[in-house]
Design a protein. Structure first.
Length: 367
């Protein structure tokens, strides 16, 4: 996978940008606030239709502009695809794939894949379960494009059920709630099936990478805890998960009516990562947590490369400033051959050979 060119208009701080990167390593250097991360954010946004900064869509629009436009061509070597996303300051965005309106994220995920290393990747380990759920779901959506559609449909059903509970509480009509229970159970089983399948692919990669990237003395393991179901292992299909999940939703109904929200389902699940008998979230050192986070990202790259038959575009946003020299060198040693975009405030901080670009004043020019 390769980004051939990128064009931005009124995206973040860019009034207009036209950027044609090299096929290998591209190092974007500039002072803080120059717009380096915004270039990587635009690449990721075109691939996933979401900001890796977790920013609302309106924040992508340059101040005073009506809409932000990001366009790019991605190529796998046997063909290219042009993706355009127009994001208005208010209203719904428009996504075009080769000039035709894309129906869902699955359409985009089918033709482009991106993996990002970010300064806040430590949150994957040390913050709440939502960060790990998001990581697994993102890998699933890129490994199986249909998974992104399933996730979106589950979220819609969940919102509808929660809206009903918030509105009526204990007075909620049982027959109407039955309909949404079935919908949440059916779609939740599909989301859960994809997550467990992804984790089965990721686990051996992550475990080995953790030893290679850190000063490991204890094995890394993880367990998937499903709300209402307990710990689940293996890769059971959705039809085996559906019955237990529906039963768990039914058993939680009284609690849901009292709390006016859905307490059982994939949106409440947790991926518990351990080092030996220590919970990595609360009892691992920051160095250990960072090695785990790096392992998670590289493992995702390897799994997606195998699944898709082409290597994703790799985004490294200010990663080397967060690592000591030894970890930085180990990371470089494990980075795969791919098109890479690296940002840094100091060129000498990046121990990689490739094209250097200067980012300043709303421009990206060869250094």
């Amino acid at each position: 996978m390769q980004l051939v060119w990128l064009e931005l208009r009124d995206f973040r701080s860019y009034s207009a940008l036209s950027f044609r990167p090299e096929a290998g390593v591209n190092v974007l250097v500039g002072p803080n606030g120059a717009g380096k991360t915004s270039v990587l954010e635009a690449i990721g946004y075109l691939a996933t239709l979401s900001s890796f900064r977790r920013a609302p869509e309106a924040a992508l629009v340059k101040e005073g502009a009506a809409a932000a436009i990001a366009r790019a061509e991605f190529s796998t070597g046997v063909g290219g695809s042009v993706i355009e996303v127009e994001t208005p300051s208010t209203g719904r965005r428009r996504v075009l794939l080769n000039g035709k309106r894309a129906q869902s994220r699955a359409d985009v995920a089918a033709v482009v894949s991106v993996v990002g290393f970010l300064p806040d990747d430590l949150d994957l380990v040390k913050r709440g379960p939502a960060y790990r759920r998001e990581y697994v779901d993102d890998v699933a959506a890129q490994a199986w494009p249909a998974a992104g559609t399933e996730q979106a449909e589950y979220e819609r059903a969940l919102r509808q059920r929660n809206a009903l509970l918030r509105k009526d509480g204990r007075r909620t009509d049982a027959a109407t709630l039955d309909v949404w229970d079935d919908r949440v159970g059916l779609l939740g089983a599909k989301v859960l099936e994809r997550r467990l399948a992804v984790l089965a692919l990721l686990e051996p990669e992550v475990s080995g990478l953790y030893f290679d990237l850190g000063e490991a003395s204890e094995p890394l393991t993880w367990r998937y805890s499903a709300a209402g179901l307990g710990f689940i292992g293996g890769t059971p299909p959705a039809d085996e998960l559906l019955g237990p999940l529906r039963q768990a939703v039914l058993e939680a109904r009284q609690d849901d009516l009292d709390r006016r929200t859905t307490t059982v389902g994939p949106h409440r699940d947790e991926l518990v990562i351990s080092l030996g008998d220590r919970d990595a979230r609360t009892r691992a050192s920051q160095g250990e947590q960072r090695s785990i986070a790096l392992g998670l990202r590289i493992a995702a790259f390897r799994v997606l490369s195998d699944r898709r038959g082409s290597r994703p575009v790799l985004l490294l946003d200010d990663v080397f400033s967060e690592l000591d020299a030894a970890r930085g060198q180990r990371l470089v040693g494990h980075l795969p051959e791919a098109q890479v975009f690296v940002t840094s405030a100091r060129s000498e901080e990046v121990p990689m050979v490739g094209a250097r670009w200067r980012v300043e004043g709303g421009e990206v020019v060869a250094a």
